[in-house]
Design a binder for this molecule. Structure first.
Ligand code: 5RP
Length: 236
């Protein structure tokens, strides 16, 4: 089946398949969002169906919840789970310290809550997501719709004082309307090019009124399973 996949999809697929090996019977597992995480959810569905794997999954978005149910994974809420053994999710960028940019799919808030409520977070990614310095991928920031333009201006002003190259905070659109997250919020994508001090930026952003959460995952990820287009997999 992987013969029909593009090299990029194959890289995502093999990373997801390898990460599924970390899932054990009886685990409560956080299920990420995005195309790589979807491979993982499908693979876990196969393991439930064919190998009798018994897990409970906590999805990080309505999309993932739908897919998980479709493939036969028992879905519970984070409150029902209370704590998770493992979360496996994709990422938009990761660096050598395993810090991440996430939220390209707009699910960063639930993704961060679920990941931080887990004993371990494994990221699955194609090699194209590896970067020396975070920031080429626009950094998603979830903001409440009320007064979002004021929040946008406050963010842009804050960026001036930080070690970043770009300053534009663009409202993410879904056709002609703003993109709305599962929590009913908007996303501002920060075009920064290069983030010098990701830890500082994450803290500064979350102090701005109107900001709900940012897509920088600092010291949250424990392992990255990296997939390559030729089917190789490496662990970081
Ligand atoms: C969604 C995310 C995704 O994990 C991230 O965007 C990667 O997506 P993909 O696996 O489709 O490349 O953070 O909010």
């Amino acid at each position: 089946m992987t013969a029909e996949l593009s090299p990029n999809d194959k890289a995502k697929f093999v990373a997801a398949k390898r990460a599924a090996d970390f899932v054990e019977d009886g685990m409560k597992v956080g299920l990420g969002t995005g195309s790589t995480a979807a491979w993982l959810v499908r693979r876990l569905g196969e393991m439930v169906r064919d190998d009798g794997l018994q897990i409970k999954g906590v999805p990080t978005s309505t999309r993932t919840a739908e897919l998980a149910r479709e493939v036969g994974i028992e879905v519970i809420t984070l409150d029902e789970a209370k704590w998770l053994d493992l979360t496996i999710d994709g990422a938009d960028e990761f660096d050598s310290d395993l810090n991440l940019i996430k939220g390209g799919g707009g699910a960063l808030l639930q993704e961060k809550i679920v990941a931080t409520a887990s004993d371990r977070m494994i990221v699955i990614a194609d090699i194209g997501k590896q970067v020396e310095t975070l920031g080429a991928f626009p950094l998603p920031v979830e903001v409440v719709p009320f007064g979002w333009q004021v929040t946008q201006r406050l963010i842009e002003e804050a960026l001036i004082s930080l070690d970043v190259l770009g300053r534009e905070a663009a409202l993410r659109m879904d056709g002609d309307a703003p993109f709305v997250t599962d929590e009913g919020n908007y996303i501002l994508d920060l075009h920064l090019n290069r983030i010098g001090d990701a830890r500082q930026l994450a803290m500064v952003l979350n102090q701005i009124a109107g900001v709900v959460e940012n897509g920088l995952f600092i010291d949250i990820c424990d392992t990255v399973v990296v997939g390559f287009g030729d089917g190789r997999v490496e662990l970081r």
